[in-house]
Ligand binder design. Structure first.
Ligand code: FES
Ligand SMILES: [Fe+2]
Length: 399
C-alpha cells in the first residue's frame, strides 16, 4: 500500500513533477522511424510525459520534435507544411527548423530580424534500431546515446510493435514485472509459456524470491535452482523490462512503457535474436497476436481488443479452461487487467501479499531514485553499458 502522496509522486510525469524530472534524464522512445517514412512527409502528433509535441522529418531526413503549439499565436504545427528544411505553420506562415529556430517569418517586413529571436521548444532526437529517441531534459545533463541490444541487431533479427494503453505507466510496469500473475492470467495461452512451465521454475516459486538490485534496476527470479534452470527477467530504469528467456536459443523480449500522460502510456514491445534472423515459427505467434504483441487497427496505435468491447472476452472459452481468461493473447490479457484498475490505480486501497515482492521492490527503487535526483544526484541506468544486459537462461547443477 502507498500513501496518496507517494502514489502521486510515482505516477505523475508532467513537466516539473519529480517523476517527470527523473524520466527526463533518459533518452525516451517517441516513435518508430517508419512512422516518418521519408523527407518532408506529413508530421505526426505525439504526447510524451504530458507534453504535446509534433514530430517531422525534414528535407535532409533529420527528425525534429517541436512543442505542438506555434510560438506565434499557438496554432497546432500538426497542420503545418513540411517543406524545404522546416515545418511551416499554416496560420501565418512562420517556419521552424529541427532545432526549433524560426527561419522564416513571411508575415513580417523583409528587413525584420524578429525571427532570429523566436525559437520553438525543440528536443534533440536520434534514430537507433528503427526507433526515434528524444531527450526532453536539461541540455547539460544529456546522457550518452542508448545502446539497447535491439537497437544494434539487423532488421531481420527483430520484430517490434507498439500500442496505446489506457492506464498510468506505473501500473503497466508493475503488471510487467509481476511474476505471480503469470500462472493465472496467462494460463493455457501460449506454447512458449507452457514450455516454460515444463522446463523452468514455477512462476509461483520465483514470485516470492526477493529481486536482486543492479546498477540499472533489479533482476527478478534470479535464484532459480528448481530443476536446474534459472531464467531471470530484468527491470531497467526507468520503464523497461527485459523478459526472461525460457530456452537458450529463444528470442529475447523487451517492453518499454512510455508515459503519454498520467492516464495513458505507449507500450513498445520488441522480440529479437542477437545472433540470427527470427524464424517463421518465431514470427508467426507475433503476427497472430498469440505473444506479447497485440493487434492494432491499421495505421493506429489503438488495439482491436479494448475497454470499449470488454476485450471481446469469450466466456465459453473461459469456462472451458482452455485459457484462464477467455481473452485472446498474452499482451491483451495484461492490458485488460492493467486498464481495469482505472486510469491511475488507487494504491491506498490495495493489499499487497508475499507474491508482490517485486512490486514492492520496484516502488522502493523508484522512490530511492527520486530521492537521489532530488538531492542533485544521477538516477540509475544512465550508462549505456547497462543496456547490454541480457535476459538469459542458466542451466546448472540445481538442487
Ligand atoms: S500561429 Fe503559427 S504562424 Fe501564426
Ligand atoms: Fe503478463
Amino acid at each position: 500500500m502507498l500513501t496518496r502522496e507517494e502514489n502521486e509522486l510515482l505516477c505523475r510525469t508532467g513537466p516539473g513533477t519529480p517523476m517527470g524530472t527523473l524520466m527526463r534524464r533518459y533518452w525516451i522512445p517517441v516513435l518508430f522511424s517508419h512512422q516518418l517514412p521519408e523527407p518532408d512527409c506529413p508530421p505526426i502528433r505525439t504526447t510524451i510525459l504530458s507534453e504535446r509535441l509534433v514530430a517531422f522529418r525534414d528535407t535532409d531526413g533529420q527528425v525534429g520534435l517541436l512543442a505542438e503549439h506555434c510560438p506565434h499565436r499557438g496554432a497546432s504545427l500538426f497542420f503545418g507544411r513540411n517543406e524545404e528544411e522546416g515545418l511551416r505553420c499554416v496560420y501565418h506562415g512562420w517556419k521552424y527548423d529541427v532545432t526549433g529556430q524560426c527561419v522564416d517569418m513571411p508575415s513580417e517586413p523583409p528587413e525584420s530580424t524578429f525571427k532570429d529571436r523566436i525559437r520553438a521548444v525543440a528536443y534533440p532526437c536520434v534514430e537507433r534500431g528503427g526507433v526515434v529517441w528524444a531527450y526532453l531534459g536539461q541540455p547539460e545533463l544529456q546522457p550518452a546515446l542508448p545502446e539497447w541490444e535491439w537497437t544494434v541487431v539487423p532488421d531481420s533479427h527483430i520484430f517490434a510493435t507498439r500500442r496505446w494503453q489506457e492506464s498510468n505507466w506505473l501500473q503497466a510496469v508493475e503488471g510487467g514485472i509481476d511474476p505471480s500473475h503469470v500462472a493465472f492470467l496467462h494460463r493455457g495461452n501460449t506454447t512458449a509459456l507452457q514450455r516454460g512451465q515444463d522446463s523452468g521454475p514455477s512462476p509461483l516459486v520465483y514470485a516470492r524470491q526477493a529481486p536482486m538490485s543492479t546498477p540499472y534496476g533489479f533482476i527478478m527470479g534470479n535464484a532459480g535452482g528448481i530443476r536446474g534452470v534459472a531464467s531471470p527477467s530484468h527491470f531497467m530504469m526507468p520503464f523497461y523490462k527485459i523478459i526472461r528467456r525460457l530456452r537458450h536459443d529463444d528470442p529475447i523480449g523487451a517492453h518499454a512503457w512510455v508515459p503519454i500522460d498520467d492516464e495513458n502510456c505507449m507500450l513498445y514491445s520488441w522480440e529479437w535474436h542477437p545472433e540470427r534472423p527470427l524464424t517463421d515459427e518465431e514470427i508467426e505467434p507475433c503476427k497472430t497476436w498469440g505473444s506479447i504483441h497485440a493487434e492494432t487497427f491499421p495505421g493506429s496505435d489503438r488495439t482491436v481488443l479494448n475497454q470499449g468491447n470488454d476485450y471481446l472476452i469469450d466466456r465459453e472459452l473461459q469456462r472451458s479452461g482452455q485459457t484462464y481468461t477467455g481473452i485472446k493473447g498474452v499482451g491483451m490479457q495484461d492490458t485488460a487487467m492493467q486498464e481495469s484498475m482505472g486510469p491511475i490505480q488507487d494504491r491506498t486501497q490495495e493489499h499487497l501479499a508475499s507474491g508482490d515482492i517485486a512490486i514492492v521492490s520496484l516502488r522502493q527503487h523508484l522512490l530511492r531514485a527520486l530521492k537521489d535526483v532530488g538531492n542533485g544526484g544521477d538516477p540509475p541506468g544512465l550508462d549505456p553499458a547497462c543496456h547490454r544486459e541480457r535476459a538469459a537462461t542458466f542451466i546448472h547443477g540445481g538442487v
